[in-house]
Write a protein that binds this ligand. Sequence first.
Ligand code: UDP
Length: 259
Amino acid sequence: MNEEREKEEEAVEKRELIKDGKRLDGRGFEELRPIKIEVGVLKRADGSCYFELGENKVIAAVYGPKEMHPRHAQDAKMAVVKFRYNMAPFSVDDRKRPGPDRRSVEVSKVSREAFEPVIMREFYPKAAIEVYVEILQSDAGTRTAGINAASVALADAGIPMKDLVSSVAVGKIDGQVVLDLNGTEDNHGEADMPIAMVARTNTITLLQMDGHLTAEEFGRGLKLAMGACRQIYELQRAALIERFSSSSNSGSKSEKRGE
Ligand code: UDP
């Protein structure tokens, strides 16, 4: 175990997630973890994106629109969106049993629903659009990282969308409302609230809450998360613009390092 981790565990034992106005990883209350976005990283998918949020490492791949199989599951009026969120066995501290579980089925469902207002499914009757999110390394906030990655991968695949979806969590640690909880904060904090949003129209497309917030904290947290979604939206846009303006067309990178 490295020194930093030992110090973190010591502070957690003493129930101190905030010290001298800073969080254990040195961030301020309203600060995102560093973000890195790479577009078009997979050759065989129609669209793809690698997304890092702090220690979270996520790949999203999109296939389609293609013919929906089995046929009885087709929708005659619009495309069916399939969304699979999966955590790799090596992505967590204790090896995760491979395959779907209740949590991954839930995360897949809410993530798919987060895209419902933006994907123009009516353009592709009887078709399927498949989105795969693979969590390679996790440190809390994987569903938000997965949604951000999927959004960019869908755009990379050329799927018509009204806009991108951006996502982040807010929560409460040591009585303070903070942005973008890491794993330690999520495990020992009082609340965690992931949201997804269409940044341009301020439309919330996912809102979940684990733990307790007062009405005032909820309002403040929501405002904080919405502001952060706007920042993430700009990074997603920048990565896509870079991808499609580069003549090589061989993938692009966009980064935000912590201030
Ligand atoms: N986690 C884990 N094993 C699991 C599920 C989750 O270790 O089977 C960890 C993982 O690091 C994850 C964190 O717990 O990022 C928080 O999980 P949560 O269900 O709140 O979802 P997330 O915040 O990742 O969207």
